[in-house]
Design a protein. Structure first.
Length: 128
C-alpha cells in the first residue's frame, strides 16, 4: 500500500487536523470542502449557487493536484444546511460533470464549519 498526502495552495488549507486529500494506491480520498476562498481563507459571501460553484472549484483544484479530473470522482457526498437547495446543487453540478455521473449522497445537516451552506467530499479513482 502506497500512501501520499495531496496538498495544493489552489484550494483552502486545512482548518483542522486533516489533509486536503490522501491518496492510497490509485484511490484519492478528498476531505470536505466548504466555499472558502483559497487566497483569503474567508467564506465566499454570496448566493448558495455561488457557494456551490466555489466548492466545486476547490474540489477541482485538489483533484488536479492529485493528477486527476472531476470525471475521475466515483463518489460525491453533499452536505446542505437546507435541503431545498438540492435542485441548485444539481444545476451547478451539471456544469462540472457529464454522464456517467458519480455515485452521490445528499445529506441535510444542522450546521457546517464557518456557517457554510454547503460542504462536499469525494472519492476519486485514478486509472493512470
Amino acid at each position: 500500500m502506497k500512501k501520499e498526502i495531496i496538498s495544493t495552495e489552489k484550494a483552502p488549507q486545512a482548518i483542522g487536523t486533516y489533509s486536503q486529500a490522501v491518496k492510497v494506491d490509485n484511490t484519492v480520498y478528498i476531505s470536505g470542502q466548504i466555499p472558502l476562498i483559497p487566497e483569503t481563507m474567508e467564506l465566499l459571501e454570496g448566493s448558495v449557487e455561488e457557494q456551490i460553484h466555489q466548492v466545486f472549484k476547490n474540489l477541482l483544484a485538489i483533484v488536479q493536484a492529485a493528477g486527476g479530473e472531476l470525471a475521475d470522482i466515483v463518489k460525491l457526498n453533499v452536505f446542505l444546511t437546507d435541503l431545498s437547495n438540492f435542485p441548485t446543487v444539481n444545476q451547478v453540478m451539471a456544469e462540472y460533470f457529464s454522464e456517467p455521473y458519480p455515485a452521490r449522497a445528499a445529506i441535510g445537516v444542522a450546521a457546517l464549519p464557518k456557517d457554510a451552506a454547503v460542504e462536499m467530499d469525494a472519492v476519486m479513482i485514478l486509472d493512470k
